[in-house]
Design a protein. Sequence first.
Length: 566
Amino acid sequence: MNDIRRTILWVIFGFSMVLLWDQWQLYNGNKATFFPSPAKTAASPEAAAPSSAASGLPVASTTPAVAAVPGAQVPGTTAPAADPAAVPRQRIDITTDVLKLTFDTQGGSLVRSEFIKHADMADPQKATVLLDESRDRTYLAQTGLIGGAFPNHKTPMTFSGERVLKDGANELVVKFESPDLGGVRLVETYTLERGSYAIRVKHEVVNTGTVPVSPQLYLQLVRDGNKPPGESSFYSTFTGPAVYTDAKKYQKTEFSDIEKDKADIEKTSPNGYVAMVQHYFATAWLLADGVVRENFVRKVDNNLYAVGMITTLKDIAPGTTKSVESRFFVGPQVENVLESLAPGLELVKDYGWLTILAKPLYWLLNKLFGLLNNWGWSIVALVVLLKIAFYWLNAKAYSSMAKMKAINPKIMEMRERLKDNPQQMQQEMMRIYREEKVNPMGGCFPILVQIPVFIALYWVLLSSVEMRNAPWILWIKDLSTPDPLYILPLLMTVTSMLQTALNPQPPDPMQAKMMWIMPLVFSVMFFFFPAGLVLYWLTNNILSIAQQWVINTRMGVPPQFNLPKF
């Protein structure tokens, strides 16, 4: 029965690792390895004209397939091509206290973003870049009008406004204005606020013609399908588009599903947002609730993918203007900031199936940081609090193990004596358990209860941008990257072996070997994990060893290390 108990414990531990790996795969945007879900079938995106698809422009299902590139032919309309010489194309740099943005006067598109307060992982002297249009990266925010030969993200525009947030000012306003196209002029106004990664955006559509118009406004994010530069291949996280609606909640989509026309999102909704997500950072377009929009994800080029929304501006009479207010978020995934901007936006920081446990753990970790002002010590303090919360469960498990250790010599002697009579051996073992009042399964349930909590904490530490470039002590300068000296992983391996040595030695020689091999195998992974994750497991191991030592001593079972005999 002692063998069965140990086997069950290892099965529980192994199964938890399998579940963790499966959720890790899903979090990365890959298929589950062990428990794949049936593929969902979705209707193919609405077909766009070739020139529209190549430019990344969406086409609403309520209009004909329109080639919305300036100068293209539209059924019944000829769109006059804008004269590039009349409006020279420029790159406009805009700087606030937290953002450095680059706009393109072609369409007023956002083509680069730098986070002044978040250093680049490869070069701490540089700021982190998210949006970018360069030889190696394409990641853009674009807007415009469709439904006619109207201004879009290919239209040359004129810029006006300040370029730097002045001392003492709380807002910076920049404006892009198109020429008249198809009887319409588009004015895009971006309002940046001090300390904020959320930009207020207003689109004003002016009917300069002689007949009413009903254009459609699109807001989209276009990105290549590559992983973020510098991301570890050992624990890569999800990168790709996401759509949120009240009805279907958070819907993230793999680039491979878009490629195969298998993207499953809610196509029409009166609320929600569209986003591009990667590890630690995100971008999102937010429209006000009540504004009906069409959501879309689609491939727009060889390795470019778009996610966006389209809303219709109905019946704009000649000489009148209609405005649409929206917000654009480009920044780090700080949970309380995301929650304050829109319902469900915090879900871009994806904890997977353990969100219900991960969110309160993050809340508590954040509160501890407010007291300690160091994320490393906050992790240590959180693990201490969790060990206190689970003290009695752990005590029960360790008490059961101590009792098993106390009677282990008797069990070993009996097994040797009755090794040729398995049936009598089993009966004798059950008699010993009854007389000694030992439950061989007593240590299983307490451990099983704690597994989801510690897996949830794992995802909290892996997902939190606060760990990025956050120092702990001495040689640990960044909790989000592996320990450069491998000191924490080595200590983690040592404590894992100490825990194994403190446990009762299994009577079965093969099982005894496995008890030593498995911790060594799992410890190898920690050499590639971020230092913050290793610190959390190391702290947990040290506290577990201390508690086990105290309980064994109180029960009169002298702690001793059972060394392996291979």
